[in-house]
Design a protein around this ligand. Structure first.
Ligand code: RNT
Ligand code: ZN
Length: 421
């Protein structure tokens, strides 16, 4: 029997087993195919970008490791991303940061960035048939050196970053229009204090003022969707972060923006999945940065683990997939970066598939009837259903390597391309 036949046969057996629980595997695969993940560009180059002289130092964000093969140019980064994308089932999006502008060697202030500086990316995305999301870069910059940007006491610094925010919304609007798919422009700022603040209020009032200034111009939501991302603490902002969870949830509700849930931005004992139904009660659309914190917001590569499975489960159970923009946010410089992308993205897709294969009608019926014994017994049974056979078949269906075969391609690419840099 050929490998293809084996995958197909295993799938048809899995189909039957899931059928016993009332789950239609074909339907799950069709639903999965419609999900476009927003894959972050910054795994490919350790969040360095193309400004030339910027360093992450003092930026509250840090990639660690020195595995060879980092992408150094737009051409390299695009080639690496394409390689990764070709090993991931489905059609996804790229999430770009402002520091990935192509300025032809010219120094362009972040407050002066314009759509033309992203022409190369837009043309490339068009040719590849993928959508694009965007992020202003409020870090790794001399004017962010004291750890404050939009909440700065220094009016000229604050204004500079407000103008950057406005410039990025224009860019996002342009991207959305050009690609025919709304661009999520997600704002994250590092602002905060290393040590105990004497005034928690003033920086937050200023952040609100800055955001109001940035969002004063209206754009067509068919092209641009605004999003704000909170954080609990960062490197150098251990004691206080201006843009906290509470702050941005309030802001998103008041201003009708998206709220971005970065799974690494909460206390390690918090259940991020549990927040989803509450947030969606009041906020129309959520952005996600699926990440994996290890002891802190360490941006390790996302894995197919309980945390991600629970988040995917909540998105499916609540019928929220159309209101969720599922992005990734990790940057590990200690392993092959193309592999990191593939591992993290395939893991997230697996979690979504697992959620789509859950016999939720059955389980919810038990629950509604207070039959908690059946609920627990069946939840436990479902865990050993042949999920892998369905996932393999999905990869086959989508013309990407089945099982570990993707890794051979990455190793080949490493030898031919990455190690020659
Ligand atoms: C930082 C935030 C932010 C960044 C990216 C590079 O803590 O998570 O989203 O990781 O914008
Ligand atoms: Zn993030």
């Amino acid at each position: 029997m050929t490998a293809v036949n084996r995958t197909e046969q295993a799938y048809s057996e899995a189909q039957e087993k899931y059928g016993e629980y009332g789950v239609d595997t074909d339907r799950a695969l069709t639903a999965l195919r419609e999900i476009a993940l927003s894959i972050h560009c910054w795994q490919g180059d350790d969040v360095v970008g193309f400004e030339g002289d910027s360093s992450l130092e003092g930026a509250g964000i840090q990639a660690t490791g020195n595995y060879p093969g980092r992408a150094r140019t737009p051409g390299e980064l695009r080639a690496d991303f394409e390689k990764a994308h070709s090993l991931i089932p489905g059609t996804h999006r790229i999430s770009l940061h402002a520091i990935y502008a192509e300025t032809n060697g010219k120094q362009v202030g972040r407050d002066e960035l314009a759509p033309e500086h992203f022409r190369g990316w837009i043309d490339w995305a068009k040719a590849l048939g993928i959508g694009m999301d965007f992020n202003p870069t409020f870090f790794a910059h001399p004017r962010a050196r004291d750890g404050f940007t939009l909440a700065s006491y220094d009016e000229s610094i604050r204004k500079y970053w407000v103008n950057h925010g406005i410039a990025c919304r224009r860019i996002g609007d342009h991207i959305g229009r050009e690609l025919g798919s709304a661009c999520v422009n997600n704002i994250w700022i590092p602002d905060g204090f290393k040590d105990i603040p004497a005034d928690r209020k003033t920086p937050r009032m200023r952040l609100k003022q800055s955001l109001d200034e940035i969002f004063a111009i209206e754009f067509d939501p068919d092209n641009l969707l605004d999003s704000v991302e909170s954080k609990l603490f960062g490197i150098g902002s251990e004691s206080y972060v201006v843009g906290s969870h509470d702050f941005y949830v309030g802001y998103a509700i008041e201003q009708n923006t998206l709220y971005c849930v970065d799974t690494g931005h909460f206390h390690p004992t918090e259940n991020v999945a549990d927040k989803i139904t509450s947030l969606f009660t009041y906020i129309e659309e959520l952005m996600f940065h699926i990440s994996r914190g290890v002891r802190w917001d360490s941006d390790h590569v996302v894995l197919y683990n309980d945390d991600v499975r629970e988040i995917a489960g909540e998105l499916v159970r609540g019928d929220y997939l159309r209101r969720a923009h599922i992005g990734l946010d990790f940057f590990d410089a200690s392993i092959n970066r193309v592999a990191a992308w593939v591992i993290g993205t395939r893991a997230t897709l697996k979690a979504l598939l697992n959620a789509l294969l859950e016999p939720r009608e059955m389980l919810q019926k038990f629950e509604a009837n207070s039959d908690y014994t059946s609920r627990l017994a069946m939840m436990e049974e479902v865990k050993t259903l042949p999920f892998g056979a369905v996932w393999d078949y999905y990869c086959l269906q989508n013309d990407v390597p089945v099982g570990k075969a993707w890794y051979d391609e990455v190793k080949h690419y490493e030898g031919e391309v990455l190690l020659k840099r």
